[in-house]
Design a protein around this ligand. Sequence first.
Ligand code: DC
Length: 222
Amino acid sequence: MRKVITVDGPSGVGKGTLCQALARDLGWAYLDSGALYRLLALAVLREDLRDGDTQAQTDLLARLSIDFATTDTGVAVLLNGEDVTSALRNEDCAAMASELAAKPEIRAALLDKQRDFAADEPLVADGRDMGTVVFPQAPLKIYLTASAEVRAQRRYKQLKEKGDCVNLSRLTAEIAARDARDSNRAVAPLKPASDAVVIDTGALSIESVLSKVKSLVSEFIR
Ligand code: DC
């Protein structure tokens, strides 16, 4: 566990951008744990197990072949060999992932899969419970935060640039509702580990966050 950096925080706070840049700069592996929940969600939807029992859903997880491949544009996610990167981003998949993420049995079944990522190489792990549950011994734990308004603004800008029609106040309300659900769930609620370094990304550029974290890396990781 000497070389694991955990980065937790709510949706839209900039974890993915930070973790990918950090992993690239350090030459470390990157775990997008949210993608694992989304992958299972996609498979559950495709196999029509949305209303299936949790056992059927965990059995399905055991049968999935999951791979992450580095590409010029970022990380591609493969499910049974198929590139499902963009399918994972749709709203149905996000909603199903959030439902599955609230089930203790599903979280338990994903634990070893997540820990395997750190078995052979140093790892930057991105999620909600990386520092609190999955890698509690990690020497450097970061918790990113920003207000729901700031995160909604960022998402609004991204969606507008893609040409989507969006409503800022609705986005803000959705983000605040998701935060409340993630923070109040009984199992692995979203919260900083007691030894995490908390960084508010609201007023910081990605470059400043990255340089702050890199100076922590040289301080904490030997
Ligand atoms: O980060 P994301 O939006 O891709 O995450 C998808 C869902 O999985 C979201 O509902 C939060 C949940 N999740 C979780 O509960 N624990 C993690 N370590 C990562 C994601």
